[in-house]
Ligand binder design. Structure first.
Ligand code: IPM
Ligand code: MG
Length: 366
């Protein structure tokens, strides 16, 4: 029997409650599809700061290092907001994990299911039938990590400096991944940049254009990021796969999440290649720790469950189990089950809490 090890980092806020549901679903699919998973639970984020003063404690990193994948909940909350920016849970845990493992490819699916179009702030006429976008965001380059970086006094004045830099190899590797992703879907790839202004984007566009020759079956288009922000709310259905650099991806994926209806539905995967070609990754919901609703049993666990499903697909090599998780979630939505974030009050909806949503997914699996 295949046995995998997963580092489980539930974190803060709603993290632990939604993680609990994802782990129940994980053990059910493992049993059903004949593999076993050893979950090693470790502290991260505010929970790590409270326990040992560090958002990413050394033994948490060691457990990640020794695992096939990281299943991450969410970090942060008002309690830690007064810390210096670098030490806050979000930056102190996520950015170091991305940098340490070189998790350069962030896949963020933006799926608006046909049953959930009413939860989207976009008019029904714009999104009838729902839509399905995949954003591939470069995650370890650009302004987030570019050097020099500086904050302080210079010539008697306070300055802040970040550097947007891309190297050819960074654009190539994310480009290949995006072209392959497009190939597995409807063969349309839109590369988003700001090549009318930024040199890093001139490089980005020229490398993407060059790579296109190796993927003649994929139709590549280019779009400026300001236009892309507009097109996403004007006609999201025009997009299939979007590939973009780190900062643009950060902004566009929040916009994409919003128009999908609820952050509580959206998973994500941050990937790299490790240990002789295996896909290692950190899998986390796109939404945050939602401290305002933590501990009330009303958070939507679906994003965490779908993130676990992405882990089955990409890092554990269990595509059938991953398909079963996706299918179960769709069935639960089609049956009318709704956590509070999804409810519109329409007839046929059944308003339920976190644990009941977990139960519903488990029922749909079996
Ligand atoms: C995200 C988040 C992070 C980012 C923060 C928490 C550092 O916004 O994953 O999109 O900016 O990448
Ligand atoms: Mg973000």
């Amino acid at each position: 029997m295949n046995t995998y090890q997963v580092a489980v980092l539930a974190g803060d806020g709603i993290g632990p409650e939604v993680m609990h549901e994802a782990l129940r679903v994980l053990s059910a699919v493992a049993q059903k599809y004949g593999f076993s998973v050893k979950c090693v639970e470790k502290l991260v984020g505010g929970a790590g700061i409270d326990a040992c003063g560090k958002a990413l404690p050394a033994d948490t990193l060691e457990a990640c290092e020794a695992s096939d994948a990281i299943l991450f909940g969410s970090v942060g909350g008002p309690k830690w907001e007064s810390l210096p920016p670098d030490e806050r849970p979000e930056r102190g845990a996520l950015l170091p994990l991305r940098a340490y493992f070189g998790l350069y490819a962030n896949l963020r699916p933006g799926v608006c299911l046909p049953e959930l179009t009413a939860s989207s702030p976009l008019k029904d006429s714009l999104i009838a039938g729902g839509f399905d976008i995949l954003c591939v965001r470069e995650l370890t380059g650009g302004m987030y990590f570019g050097e020099p970086k500086f904050y302080g006094e210079r010539d008697g004045e306070l300055v802040g400096l970040d550097t947007m830099i891309y190297h050819r190899h960074e654009v190539e590797r994310i480009g290949h991944l995006a072209f392959r992703a497009a190939r597995s879907r409807s063969c349309r790839l839109c590369s988003v940049d700001k090549a009318n202004v930024l040199s890093a984007s001139v490089l980005w566009r020229s490398v993407m254009t060059e790579l296109a020759a190796q993927y003649p079956d994929v139709q590549l288009s280019h779009m400026y990021v300001d236009n892309a922000a507009m097109q996403l709310v004007r006609n999201p259905g025009q997009f299939d796969v979007i590939v973009t650099e780190n900062t643009f991806g950060d902004i566009l994926t929040d916009e994409m999440a919003m128009i999908c209806g609820s952050l509580g539905m959206l998973p994500s995967a941050s990937l790299c290649t490790r240990n002789g070609g295996k896909t290692f990754g950190l899998y986390e919901p796109s939404g945050g720790s939602a401290p305002d609703i933590a501990g009330q049993g009303i958070a939507n666990p679906i994003a965490q469950i779908l993130s676990m499903g992405m882990m089955l697909r990409y890092s554990l090599g269990q595509p059938r189990a991953a398909d079963a998780v996706d299918k179960a979630v769709r069935a639960v939505i089609a049956a009318g089950f709704r956590t509070r974030d999804l409810a519109t009050g329409a007839p046929g909806e059944r308003l339920i809490g976190t644990a009941s949503m977990g139960d519903a997914v488990l029922d749909a699996l079996t």
